[in-house]
Design a protein around this ligand. Structure first.
Ligand SMILES: *Cc1c(COP(=O)(O)O)cnc(C)c1O
Length: 418
């Protein structure tokens, strides 16, 4: 069931017209469907459970709104966090610290201490020195830190270069050929329980093949580590499953991923961990926007909308495609460029695209904006920080306020010597 659908000629999110939210909250505004988040969480769980003992840690960088995290906590998800701030969010949303995995290539000592004191369930180490530091910090506190070593399997995930993380030249993990030596040096340390390995090879993957190659390498490593006498109980297989941004694109389903995982990992005898982000959040949200002008151009007209690259950065960052749809389509089509008001040519959502015909004042949405949308928003050009709304059936709530430039300015100071 699609929770973003047309009824009586206008786009609804669950049972609420986008127009009603736009009138109440203004635009631009992110609108999420609670039911879609929950359904994606359930479908992912059902797909992966065929692989055995599975722990699910939602990668909260995809969408860290507290209300979204609560929905996922209610579905039994833990969290994959990459900063102290994300850890605070996961705990504030009600996720048990023991269900939280702390990833990230640059965890500071302050962040490690905060995570130890909170009782975080697993540290995903990115380099050997981090293991020594974590062991010392834990031992000083009379604690033992559960940890796995992130390895870089040197697999091309076949995705955009800026979201590829599993090639040898990427900054993430340790070379898989160095893993056994690092295990030998770290596994005896007081304060550290090095219990397994982790990988995450990239995001928006459209094929299972690179994942399967990476998992197979991890399987060989697990056997090698066990052969050297190490106890391996946990393997974290990361996230990365992509979602269709374009109508008609086909992506592997969680059930297909689960079947592949079950086949590749059947002899591993470990708890498998997954860190899905985009596949849970991407299609659970839209960015609603209002057309300010339709401005003539040398070729196609420019549809200037009130959302911009500071609200939705993915097109400017990754040349990403977001489908654009009128909230009340009149049945006609036009070919246009779509851009925001920010003073950068990169603030362009689409060029020469066929879209629903729109005019000044019309409402529209960018689809598939639930992941890596609001979480990357900024106030560039002194624009407001974009608000977020969560819909549940026929009710909705503002789950993040619009933060206006006055509030931002209130945190700035002009020193009295100026
Ligand atoms: C970003 C990230 C994820 C989530 O990736 P998706 O493509 O959104 O599923 C999972 N694990 C780690 C370590 C990450 O950095």
């Amino acid at each position: 069931m699609d929770h973003f659908h047309y009824r009586d000629g206008e786009l609804h999110v669950e049972d609420v017209p986008v127009r009603v939210i736009a009138e109440a909250v203004g635009t631009p505004v992110y609108i999420y469907s609670r039911g879609t988040f929950a359904r994606h969480a359930q479908v992912f769980r059902e797909g992966l459970e065929q692989a055995g003992d599975v722990h699910l840690a939602y990668a909260i960088k995809a969408n860290p709104n507290l209300a979204v995290l609560r929905v996922l906590a209610n579905e039994g998800y833990g969290a994959d966090v990459v900063s102290g701030g994300e850890m605070r969010r996961a705990i504030a949303a009600g996720m048990p610290p023991a269900d939280i995995v702390f990833s990230g290539v640059g965890k500071t000592e302050d962040e490690l201490v905060a995570a130890l004191e909170a009782g975080i369930g697993q540290f995903n180490l990115e380099l050997e020195e981090e293991g020594h530091v974590l062991a010392r910090l834990a031992a000083e506190r009379g604690l033992t830190a559960p940890a796995v070593l992130r390895v870089n399997p040197d697999v091309d995930a076949g995705t955009h270069a800026k979201i590829s993380t599993g090639k040898a030249e990427n900054k993430f993990g340790v070379a898989i050929s160095d893993a056994a030596g690092i295990f030998a040096r770290l596994s005896g340390l007081a304060g550290l329980n090095l219990r397994g390995v982790a990988i995450h090879i990239g995001s928006q993957l459209q094929s299972l093949a690179p994942l399967e190659r990476a998992y197979a390498r991890v399987g060989e490593l697990v056997a090698e580590l066990r052969g050297a006498g190490h106890t391996i109980t946990h393997v974290d297989l990361g996230g990365g499953l992509g979602v269709p941004y374009r109508h008609g694109d086909v992506f592997p389903t969680p059930a297909e991923l689960g079947a592949m995982v079950a086949r590749v990992t059947k002899d591993w005898g470990v708890t498998l961990m997954f860190e899905p982000g985009r596949v849970i959040a991407g299609n659970a949200g839209v960015l609603a926007t209002k057309v300010i002008w339709v401005k003539p151009g040398v070729g196609d007209p420019w549809v200037i909308v009130d959302a911009a690259m500071n609200d939705l950065a993915r097109p400017a960052l990754y040349d990403a495609f977001h489908d654009f749809a009128a909230v009340r389509p009149n049945g006609e089509r036009m070919t246009a460029n779509i851009a925001g008001p920010v003073c950068e040519s990169g603030d362009t959502f689409a060029m020469h695209r066929e879209i629903d015909a729109v005019a000044s004042g019309d409402l529209a949405v960018f689809r598939t904006a639930g992941a890596y949308g609001a979480t990357m928003a900024s106030t560039y050009n002194s624009r407001a920080l974009v608000p977020e709304v969560l819909v549940d059936g026929d009710r909705f709530a503002v789950v993040a306020d619009r933060i206006d430039p006055g509030t931002i300015m209130a945190a700035e100071r002009v020193p009295d010597w100026l």
